[in-house]
Write a protein that binds this ligand. Sequence first.
Ligand code: SF4
Length: 252
Amino acid sequence: MLLIRTIYAGMHTQELITLSKAIDIQMESAAEELKALQAYPDEELIAIIKEVGFKCDLCARCCTQEFNDHVFLLDEDLKSVREADPNAVEPAPYYELCDQHGNFYVSGYALKTQKDGSCIFLREKRCTIYDRRPFICRLYPYMLHMEADEKGNIGWRQISGLDLHGCYHDDISDEECKTLAREIKTYEQAFLVQKIAFLEKSKQHFEKNKLKYVQSVYDREMRKFNKGGQIKVFVFFNGVFEDNNVGNNISL
Ligand code: SF4
């Protein structure tokens, strides 16, 4: 996810833009991606799914931080995850914004991990909430979003961890490929809609409460957090911000 703070990174003082402008830039870029996503030809995605023919071999590597960093939850995922375990979620990492009082803001929740970096719901390489696992877990390893490659060129990312886990070239029926393609687009669309709504809400919230984004406060609070301190994070869920106190339990 692109961060508001990346817009500021590397700018000279005279080039600094207002937070409101920075948020507008992010919203425009997300709206453009949404349009491009809707225009992405279904046949292309279906052909990729067919060609890759991914088959899960139950290695469970996809359920670890090492492979996939974190499992981001859409609003619709959160309800069923909280029913399974109300303490299983935390603000998604890489907070987008920070105000001058040191409060962070982020567009959604993620699943917590265990000490070894595996998902909180993973036991003996099996998902304990399989029937109600988050949307992204149901689609994995397929995805469809804009991302930079190692040379910085922006293109579509369709598969995660290709050739790194699982089996390939399995025979997937045309019907299954079509269903997967439809669901992948639905997921990515919902992700972008949630991101745009978060940006809109943040813009209103910052303007209404006369808040400012201050990079030095962001860095100071992050340093505190990384040393085991507690920070406050407002997480966007169902159109409002939920207030979370987050501690990084690091043994120094
Ligand atoms: S919810 Fe289940 S499928 Fe998703 S990462 Fe966790 S253990 Fe894996």
